[in-house]
Design a protein around this ligand. Structure first.
Ligand SMILES: *[C@@H]1O[C@H](CO)[C@@H](O)[C@H](O)[C@H]1NC(C)=O
Ligand SMILES: *[C@@H]1O[C@H](CO)[C@@H](O)[C@H](O)[C@H]1NC(C)=O
Ligand SMILES: *[C@@H]1O[C@H](CO)[C@@H](O)[C@H](O)[C@H]1NC(C)=O
Ligand SMILES: *[C@@H]1O[C@H](CO)[C@@H](O)[C@H](O)[C@H]1NC(C)=O
Length: 444
């Protein structure tokens, strides 16, 4: 806890004044708590009280889901049907009584901190919304279609705990159709860091690679309070396996807000929140951009024109919804989505997203020269911004109020409940790969 106090002091240091990232100056404290000092899991007896409010939710089993291939897949010669093109990222959340595809016990792979239902979250209205793009309807997730599209393929999620959150959502939805077999697992503490699941009937693999910076980094320790990033070197922890990947989902960003020293080549570029070290404060926007650029370039360089090619999806930054103190009940108390009028995308969230969109566009241009590479942003920043109600909040821990302990309770307003809004990211992900089926990679 000594180290936490040190961070606290740092974030109140005078260096933060007038810097553009001041708005989020307090956020790292919450994050540090969440990521590094989780309260030990306390196995309170499950309370059934919460269940009484949940009986209006209907869960749909895989059996009701059409197992037919996507109609678009039959389009020949790569011609796209114009009616298929839709911007999935402009729209609104509309009320929908169907409820999620799965529940808290369907898949057995939900990280405890995301399992809001089992942890006793009493309001389950957050499960009854559907994303309605302005130009079309977003189809419900079809697990069989997804599995068919990744037949004989290896899909890798690379990034931080938000990447893991998206992966767990996908596994749960796929589990309604086919059982994922865990074939490899490396944990740090209680967290899966490197895991691989195999869907035997489809010979499809989905894996997780922990890499919170995507580039080479040394995570902070008790002796060095700063993360160290090496912006010109991709993280070999995942990149060494790149040749065996067919589709990579990249998702990172939140760790860039933490204190860090940034290296490039032989020199130190600067740092973020490092008082006491003689480095220039350079914030994290340029660093975020460089890390993504190095990553995309290295994939393009390694895989251009080789083998069957590779597909890359960049899931854009998702905002947190801490409204007050991270350790008070009601840190993210909303129980309904925002409307578009209520909440505009701005500040750090908008900037982080913009950087990702720009870098993906640049990389696309580059990839097009070589062929066999497809690349797209899964631009969920706005969808996520509008869902303050979808976080675990205090229900990151089981029955958080059971001891009448209302004063101090740890909250998670960064990650998403499972099931929850993040399932929608994967519905759009599926539409993206369906569309790719109609647009084969160009041959070079
Ligand atoms: C595109 O789809 C629409 C509706 O699904 C259909 O009416 C139309 O014939 C299709 N066009 C082509 C070229 O396949
Ligand atoms: C959860 O889903 C499983 C099937 O995946 C089903 O057997 C179970 O009844 C569901 N539980 C609830 C509370 O609906
Ligand atoms: C199974 O999928 C892997 C890719 O994940 C591929 O390398 C392998 O050849 C596939 N096996 C068969 C029998 O097709
Ligand atoms: C800090 O760095 C500057 C420029 O690199 C150098 O001139 C100065 O002597 C350094 N100060 C300390 C205390 O090392």
């Amino acid at each position: 806890m000594v180290t936490t106090e040190t961070f606290k002091d740092r974030s109140f240091s005078p260096t933060k004044t007038l810097l553009p990232w001041t708005v989020c100056a307090l956020f790292p404290i919450a994050l540090i708590r969440l990521f590094f000092y989780p309260l030990p899991f306390s196995p309170f007896p499950k309370t059934d009280l919460s269940r009484s409010t949940s009986n209006s939710i209907t869960y749909h089993s895989s059996l009701s889901v059409s197992a037919s291939p996507p109609s678009s897949a039959s389009t020949e010669n790569g011609k796209t049907n114009e009616t298929k093109s839709c911007n999935y990222f402009n729209g609104e959340w509309v009320s929908d009584s169907r409820g999620p595809l799965y529940n808290d016990t369907t898949c057995g792979t939900i990280k405890k901190g995301r399992n809001c239902i089992t942890h006793g979250r009493p309001d389950l209205g957050y499960l009854q919304w559907r994303w309605k793009p302005n130009e079309c309807n977003l189809p419900r997730f079809e697990p069989q279609t997804f599995l068919q599209l990744i037949h004989n393929k290896h899909v890798a999620f690379v990034g931080d705990s938000v990447a893991r959150n998206q992966l767990e959502s996908l596994l749960c939805m796929l589990a309604t159709a086919s059982t994922p077999n865990l074939v490899y697992n490396y944990k740090k503490g209680t967290d899966n860091q490197f895991s691989r699941w195999h869907f035997a009937p489809h010979n499809a693999s989905i894996s997780l690679y922990w890499s919170p910076f995507l580039v080479h980094g040394i995570e902070k320790s008790n002796t060095d309070l700063n993360n160290k990033l090496y912006l010109d070197h991709v993280d070999e922890g995942w990149a060494k396996d790149m040749d065996q990947m067919d589709l990579i989902v990249l998702s990172f960003g939140h760790w860039l807000l933490l204190p860090a020293v940034y290296h490039e080549g032989e020199s130190v570029l600067g740092c973020h929140y490092c008082p006491g070290l003689n480095h220039t404060e350079i914030g994290f926007y340029d660093v975020f951009r460089k890390a993504l650029r190095t990553t995309l370039n290295s994939i393009i360089d390694k895989r251009r024109g080789k083998g069957n090619g590779i597909d890359i999806i960049v899931t854009t930054f998702t905002p947190h919804h801490f409204e007050g103190d991270w350790d008070k009940a009601g840190a993210c108390p909303k129980t309904k989505p925002y409307s578009n009028e209520e909440k505009k995308l701005e500040g750090m969230d908008a900037e982080m997203r913009k950087i990702e969109i720009e870098e993906v566009e640049d990389a696309k241009t580059k990839a097009n020269e070589f062929g066999r590479l497809r690349l797209e942003a899964l631009d969920v920043t706005k969808l996520a911004l509008l869902r303050p109600d979808g976080h675990p909040g205090p229900y990151m821990n089981p029955s958080p109020f059971v001891n009448g302990n209302v004063e101090h309770v740890q909250n998670d307003c960064v990650h998403w409940c499972l099931p929850g809004p993040i399932d929608t990211w994967n519905e759009i992900f599926l539409e993206m790969i369906k569309k790719w089926e109609n647009q084969p990679r160009t041959e070079d």
